[in-house]
Design a protein around this ligand. Structure first.
Ligand code: ATP
Ligand code: MG
Length: 176
């Protein structure tokens, strides 16, 4: 990794107790593959890739301008991409989640930061190089989402580590 740049992405970090419950459930499926560490469970909103450190102030201020209400994420779908990645996802992603990812993309593009144009597919990676889906699995996990963060993806002897650089609260729901 170069000293003057970081591999960055905006994401929701899975709260520790929920991450623990999810990886325990995953381990009980007894599927082959390389498990994602509990501390690494996250949902990527926008991937930025390698960015110069000089870009950080812009990223921090544009993230602060994105205004989205808090929302609940219901993780009820287990899927597998063609590359063998087993993931958990909401079968019906809430509008606020799509709005958050799109709001960040729009603000980044307005700031002249180039992004790939792959469509947003909300998912939490669980297991890499997994050869198949289980015969039956009915996940049901609820995640109250109250903030999002900017992360640097770093390599250590133990694999990838995601360092949270900053986080921002979502707008609280108004009292009825
Ligand atoms: P590793 O690559 O070490 O197996 P990782 O994929 O979790 O681990 P990164 O490659 O740094 O670590 O990616 C960080 C996050 O960004 C992950 O959620 C990953 O799925 C996502 N990501 C990585 N590359 C892209 C890309 N080109 N487009 C969209 N999302 C990406
Ligand atoms: Mg990767």
């Amino acid at each position: 990794m170069k000293d003057d740049s970081l591999r960055l992405f905006f994401a929701l970090r899975c709260p520790p107790r929920l991450a623990e419950a999810i990886t325990t459930w995953r381990d009980d499926l007894h599927l082959p593959g390389r498990p994602v560490a509990t501390a690494n469970l996250h949902l990527t909103l926008v991937f930025l890739g390698q960015q110069p450190l000089t870009q950080l102030p812009t990223l921090l201020s544009l993230a602060a301008s994105v205004q989205v209400p808090v929302f609940d994420l219901h993780l009820d779908h287990l899927g597998r991409f063609n590359n063998g990645l087993l993931y958990l996802a909401p079968s019906r992603p809430p509008e606020a989640l799509k709005g958050l990812a799109q709001g960040l993309r729009d603000a980044l593009q307005e700031a002249g930061i180039r992004l790939d144009d792959r469509p947003f597919r909300a998912h939490l990676s669980l297991l890499r190089r997994c050869p198949r889906l289980p015969d039956d699995a009915t996940p049901s996990f609820d995640w109250p989402v109250s903030h999002f963060g900017l992360f640097a993806s770093e390599q250590s002897a133990h694999g990838s580590h995601y360092r949270q650089l900053q986080h921002w609260p979502l707008r609280p729901n108004e009292a009825p």
